[in-house]
Structures are given as C-alpha cells and as structure tokens.
Design a protein around this ligand. Structure first.
Ligand code: ADP
Ligand code: MG
Length: 369
C-alpha cells in the first residue's frame, strides 16, 4: 500500500502538485489521465522518491518514506519504473540489461539473475532477442525489455509514465498487451497514459488530474461515462470549444461566420450540421436576441464532442428575462427549431452579467425531420 498525505510539490514558487491525498492499495491498477502540465509525471516521480515532496508525507506499507533519515534507496527497490523513452543501457545486450540491476542492487548470483531474466524475456515474448543490443530492436521491443527489467526487481508496484507515447502507432498494442497481462496477474500498477481505451480496459480506478491536483477520481465507468466536473467532461469527451462574445451591435458578423466555419472544418463537423450551426447562430443570436438588446452582452460557446458527436451551443445574454420561444419573430424561431433537436431556456438568478441562458443541441446530419 502506498499513501500520500496532504502532499504538495513546488518547483521554485510554482505549485506543481497541490494537496494530494491518495491511497494505492495492493493489486490496484490506476491510470492517471489529464492535460499536459497537470503534474502527472511529478506525482508519479514522488511515488518512488525521484522527486521529494515540499510538504506532506508518503507512506509505503505504513512506513513513512519521507521521514528524515529514511533510506531512499531501500524505498526505490520496492518500486519499478518504466519511462516513455525506455532508458536502456545501450552498450550491453538485452539480457544483460535485465540481469544487471538484479546483480548490482539485489546482489543475486549470475546464474540466478540469468534464470529470472530468461523467464521475463519469455513473458514479454522476446526470448529470441536476448543477445541483441538495444539498437537492434524496434521501439515496441525496447519498451518490452524495459518492462522486463523493471519486473526483474520484483517490485511491489510498477509505475509507467506514458509508456507508449514515444512509439509508432503500430507498436502501441504489443506494449499495451504486456501491461494488460501484468494487470491480470494482479501486479500493482500506476500508469500515466493518453490512451483512453487502454486506461479504461486495464484500470480499476482512474485519476483525472487538472489544476495541478487530483481534480476527480472514480471507476472507469464513472470517469468516462459519467464525469461530474466540467473539466473532466471536457477532457474525456474531447470537447472542442469556440467562444464568441458580442458587446455591440456593430460586431463583424461576417468574420464570426468565418470563424464558425473554420471551427466546423477543423473538427470535421458534417456540412449539414455546419449549415444548421450557422442558421442557429444567425436566427437565435442575431435575429431574436441581439435585436431586442440596446447594450448587448452576449456570450456564445459552441462545443463539439468528438466522442459522442454532439454539437451544442450555449448562449448567455443580458436584458430582462426573455425566453426566445416568446419572440414575435416567428419565422426566425421556426428556422431555429428546424436546425435543432433541443432548445432549453433558463433564467440566471445569480449571474452579474447575464440574466438568460439558452442551450441548444444542433440536429445531426442523420436527423432529417
Ligand atoms: P505532466 O506530466 O502532467 O505533463 P509534469 O509533472 O511533467 O506534468 O509537470 C508539471 C509542471 O511542473 C510543468 O509546469 C513543468 O514545467 C514543471 N516541472 C516539472 N519538472 C520540473 C523540474 N524538475 N523543475 C522545474 N519545473 C518542473
Ligand atoms: Mg508527464
């Protein structure tokens, strides 16, 4: 078991991990996901004390490894790590790479280390490469050697920091397969990855990092199907946002139209949905809302989820409470309705700037009614 208690890590004045509380139980497989710069690698590196917390405590099996005078080398022996860029020794063969730390750190005899290494090479399906040099291997093979080497130390836990992100796409699977097998064998593992399907398949728990802390955690189903917080949703649904603010009646709407078109093209939104998006914007924002405001403050957010293929537009605006469905402009409302599958209005009671909120879902290319 590994436990973080109120751990904070700073580099200079920059807080990179803020108040981390985390328990990793034996046999757990945890994936850490989140945007780059969120502090995932730093959190991982603190597990094996490659980085030392600025505040807080870390325990391995109830022993505080951050206590003054604790033997860090001893702690590191219990924890294996696999890096994005393999970190193999180039001038020795594959099998020597796996034997070396067993001899140097665990003081095993050569025959003993050899036997373990042969077995592990078999596990990662590389027996025939035992006497090759790392330079003679593909990226996927190198990473499998690195995994075998980490396993050779018989660690309590193995950490993987983006183990497949330096690989050609066709080699990702062979490495994921090996890691998946270890998960099945009940190895305790923490994996930082950008491969969401993989994370979902192997993990019993997902940690989403953002704002330099654990922003949300849960089971794979909770995080990928029912994320609770805004940034988690955006991340797992791969949401792409476009924000448009309108603060006067003379806004250059030709430019706004061009911006929406660029956004639609970049995100491979179908031509039909793109037309509907433009229509919805024109009719709702320009014809219905802008028309009745003398000093407009309108905020439009268009968001598209690649994963669910849902295209949504959220419009907030000032002025009296006003539901677009009560407009006199029947024609515009009719066109708006025909472009959307849902129009939802709410009054905003506590917002300083905006009193009104309209959320619409653009009809998909396949919906023709
Ligand atoms: P992630 O793995 O989520 O991309 P990192 O943990 O690598 O994030 O980095 C988080 C932040 O910490 C980044 O802003 C990075 O620049 C900073 N950082 C990481 N390592 C160091 C270091 N050794 N010294 C100074 N800043 C660092
Ligand atoms: Mg990283």
């Amino acid at each position: 078991m590994i436990k973080f208690e109120n751990v904070t890590k700073r580099f200079g004045n920059e807080v990179v991990n803020r108040n981390i509380n985390l328990t990793i139980n034996d046999g757990e497989v945890i994936s850490i996901i989140g945007p780059s710069g969120a502090g995932k690698s730093t959190l991982m590196r603190m597990i094996n004390l490659l980085e030392i917390p600025s505040e807080g405590k870390i325990f391995i099996d109830d022993e505080e490894v951050t206590a003054p005078g604790y033997d860090i080398v001893h702690a590191r022996k219990m924890i294996g790590m696999v890096f994005q860029d393999f970190h193999l020794f180039k001038h020795i063969t594959v099998i020597e790479n796996i034997m070396r730390p067993q001899i140097d750190v665990l003081y095993k005899s050569i025959p003993e280390a050899y036997k373990v290494s042969k077995r592990l090479l078999d596990l990662v399906s590389l027996s025939e490469k035992a006497y090759s040099y790392p330079s003679e291997l593909s990226g996927g093979q190198k990473q499998r050697v690195a995994i075998a080497r980490a396993l050779a130390m018989d660690p309590k836990i193995i950490l993987f920091d983006e183990p497949t992100s330096a690989l050609d796409p066709n080699m990702v699977e062979e490495v994921e397969e090996v890691i998946g097998e270890l998960a099945q064998m009940g190895k305790t593992m923490v994996v930082v990855t950008h491969e969401m399907e993989f994370a979902r398949k192997i993990s019993n728990r997902i940690i989403y990092m953002d704002e330099n802390t654990i922003y949300e955690e849960g089971t794979p189903d909770e995080i990928f199907d029912n994320p609770k917080r805004a940034k988690t949703k955006r991340f797992v649904n791969n949401l792409k946002l476009l924000t448009i603010n309108i603060e006067n009646k003379d806004k250059d709407f030709w430019e706004v139209g061009a911006e929406i078109a660029r956004y639609a093209n970049k995100n491979h939104i179908s031509p039909k949905s793109k037309t509907r998006l433009n229509l919805a914007f024109e009719e709702l924002v320009r014809e219905i809302i802008l028309d009745r405001l003398d000093e407009p403050k309108i905020n439009v957010v268009i968001e598209y989820s690649k994963k669910t293929d849902v295209l949504k537009m959220t419009v907030k605006y000032n002025g009296d409470y006003f539901d677009p469905k009560d407009t006199d402009n029947d024609l515009s409302y009719h066109v708006l309705s025909s472009a959307t599958s849902e129009i939802k209005y709410s009054e905003l009671k506590d917002d300083e700037t905006y009193n009104n909120l309209v959320e619409i879902i653009i009809k998909q290319a396949s919906e023709n009614k």
